[in-house]
Design a protein around this ligand. Sequence first.
Ligand code: INI
Length: 157
Amino acid sequence: MDKIKTTEGDLMVRDARFVIVATRFNEFIVDSLLKGALRCLRQHGATDADIEIVRVPGAFEMPVVVDKLAASRKFDGIIALGAVIRGGTPHFDYVAGECVRGIASASQRHGVPVGFGVLTVDSIEQAIERAGTKAGNKGEEAALAIIETVNLLRRVD
Ligand code: INI
């Protein structure tokens, strides 16, 4: 194993700019994800001048905004935060499906990593569990993954 070239990203923020795209829908949950993401970025060396926050109405609107921010080349990493909670109709599947698909394709099209901190859950209880209670904070996890991926992309050739 010692002879195998292995490339990884570390978790130190160095000269990098981040934008957090957060929904206003389910704001009560998303604000906890946002707190977790900001805490993580700051703990790993980002200053507030390195961070911008963009608020979008709902998860369905995220892809077009993420696409424009990625195309701007102003940011090294994007963190998408939202919560899509299943109701009694197929609406959830359309909103969640388009959100995931659109964000992934914007990230790949522009080569800008996007941390996916959009909860797709069956109930408000499951959302609360993932927004800073017993199942951690998915906003924090998305921010950590994006710090690592920004650093990794600078190293892979
Ligand atoms: N948007 C969300 O971010 N989460 C949801 O759970 C949700 N539900 O369940 O409806 C939701 N809907 C709004 C959608 O994202 C758009 O903002 C809306 O349809 C207007 O285009």
